[in-house]
Design a protein. Structure first.
Ligand SMILES: Cc1cc2nc3c(=O)[nH]c(=O)nc-3n(C[C@H](O)[C@H](O)[C@H](O)COP(=O)(O)OP(=O)(O)OC[C@H]3O[C@@H](n4cnc5c(N)ncnc54)[C@H](O)[C@@H]3O)c2cc1C
Length: 461
């Protein structure tokens, strides 16, 4: 007898799950119904800064699969349709057609919750004024581009200096704007330790971006025509022809909460290793993945909420395998993330100092400066690597890298070492590739590992 899989959310996690389930089960064996409240499916939000900045020419370049393509694969995808209730006891969802307002219940045998994350939008005067933009969806990106092309003026204020904020700063510079980044933290990129964040600030300032740290935005000031004209903090005003919000996200779990499903301390759904939602309410019939779940941090052993497309796609694949009758698990993450602002690459994996302290770990922290290529080779650029290792055991705990070309993907070596629970001593013997155009004879990661070994031996703090 045919079963029905219902998917809530038509982007990375949801449609990866649906597609993988379809690979494993025929339409006769498994009916798949997916609900998406927006206008697009399977799109890359990650590409929005590069589309806005002009590196990617077309919006459609960011769409991996259209609704029609999903339907051709026998996925009954219902666009502009929002699920407004999950009735886990009766195994059904109530969905609203956003055009007509009509509502209908759909029964499921298996349910996938892939509702993603909600961007933070502080409740400030002027926040909804024309000219203030989020960058979560392709519609957001288009609206921002319309403002950039349709509005005279060249001053942009970005609120927030996480990776989306810094990527949007680059995009706006690419469009010829004078950019100010207003940030609550002491330094940009709070996913780094402040000493590494300082390097990002200095580099961004060197690029002509005005960096305002330690500042709380209090309102968006509007002009007579109602458009945003400035961003105000407690003691200053920053004129703005366009304002971009990059303040962070929270798991979109209101539906799950209302259904009585278990949420963790960060508000994300809690799943087992197979991405099946825990607890009696889910009753083994509900899976969840992507930005709406919490994940196990393999280094600290704690649950965290990390909203990244790389995880969402993996979760979707794993869920699709499991609901399609196969078997797959998601062991957890080490917290690897990379981004860039102009030619500055920013990378991190594992624990920051404050994460290590919160996890009760004692550690040695070292920082080294090296170069991207052999010092004598043309184009060699400075790279700073910070490394944390556990005291006594020498286990690698985290790495942060800020530098030019080659900095970002170097962190992958550290991600592998963290996953393998390697010590910094073991890392020093890694057989990494070397030729002058690619690295110094001692790769910067190995130089940091050697220094970390010494610090651990010395009992470093
Ligand atoms: C500007 C930007 C840059 C980024 N850059 C990177 C990057 O470089 N690297 C990286 O790894 N990640 C990046 N990300 C994060 C990445 O895009 C997300 O982690 C990823 O999209 C999460 O996928 P998801 O399927 O879990 O959620 P989403 O992509 O948010 O999809 C959830 C979908 O569910 C729909 N939905 C929600 N509730 C309902 C409902 N009740 N009924 C019907 N539909 C519903 C939403 O409309 C949405 O389409 C970036 C994000 C942004 C915004």
């Amino acid at each position: 007898m045919s079963e029905r899989l219902v998917v809530i959310g038509g982007d990375a996690a949801g449609m990866s799950a649906a597609s993988q389930a379809r690979r494993l089960k025929s339409p006769q064996e498994l009916e798949i119904v997916a609900f998406e409240r927006g206008n697009f499916t399977s799109f890359s939000a990650c590409g929005i800064p590069y589309w806005v900045g002009g590196d990617v020419a077309e919006r459609d370049d960011l769409i991996a699969r259209t609704p029609e393509e999903h339907r051709e694969r026998s996925i009954d995808l219902r666009m502009r349709t929002e699920v407004v209730e999950i009735d886990a006891r009766e195994r059904r969802v109530r969905a609203r057609d956003l055009a007509s307002g009509a509502e209908e219940w759909t029964a499921y045998d298996k349910l996938v919750i892939a509702t993603g994350a909600r961007p933070l939008r502080p409740d400030l005067p002027g926040i909804d004024a024309p000219g203030v933009h989020g960058v979560q969806t392709l519609d957001d990106g288009q609206a921002l581009l319309d403002t950039l092309t349709g509005t005279p003026g060249r001053r942009a204020v970005v609120i927030g200096a996480g990776y989306i904020g810094v990527e949007m700063a680059e995009a706006l510079i690419g469009r010829g704007y004078e950019v100010t980044v207003v940030n609550r933290g002491k330094e940009p990129m709070s996913t780094l330790d402040p000493d590494m964040g300082r390097l990002v600030r200095e580099a961004m300032t060197g690029m002509g971006i005005t960096m305002v740290n330690d500042a709380e935005v209090t309102k968006i000031l509007t002009a007579d025509d109602g458009r945003a004209r400035a961003v105000a903090t407690e003691d200053r005003e920053f004129p703005a022809d366009v304002v971009v919000l990059g303040i962070g996200v929270r798991p979109e779990t209101a539906l799950a909460r209302a259904a009585g499903l278990p949420l963790g301390e960060h508000g994300g759904l809690l799943t087992d290793l197979a991405m099946r939602v825990r607890g009696p309410v889910a009753d083994g019939a509900i899976w969840a993945g992507g930005d709406c779940v919490e994940v196990l941090d393999l280094v600290s052993g704690r649950e965290r909420h990390i909203a990244l497309g790389t995880h969402a796609n993996k979760h979707g694949q794993i869920i699709g395998s499991n609901v399609g009758g196969g078997y797959a698990t998601f062991p957890g993450v080490v917290g690897t993330a990379v981004s860039k602002v102009c030619d500055l690459e920013i990378a991190r994996t594992g624990l920051r100092e404050k994460d290590a302290r919160a996890a009760g770990l004692q550690y040695a922290a070292v920082t080294i400066e090296s170069t991207s290529r052999a010092g004598y080779y043309p184009g060699a650029a400075l790279m700073t690597v910070k490394m944390l290792a556990e005291r006594r055991t020498g286990r690698l705990l985290g790495v942060q890298i800020v530098g030019r070309e080659g900095a970002a993907k170097r962190v992958d070596v550290a991600a592998v070492a963290l996953t393998a629970r390697m010590t910094v001593e073991q890392m020093t013997a890694l057989d990494l590739g070397y030729a002058p155009p690619f690295s110094p004879v001692w790769d910067p990661v190995l130089v940091a590992a050697r220094k970390a070994v010494s610090a651990v031996r010395a009992g470093g703090a």
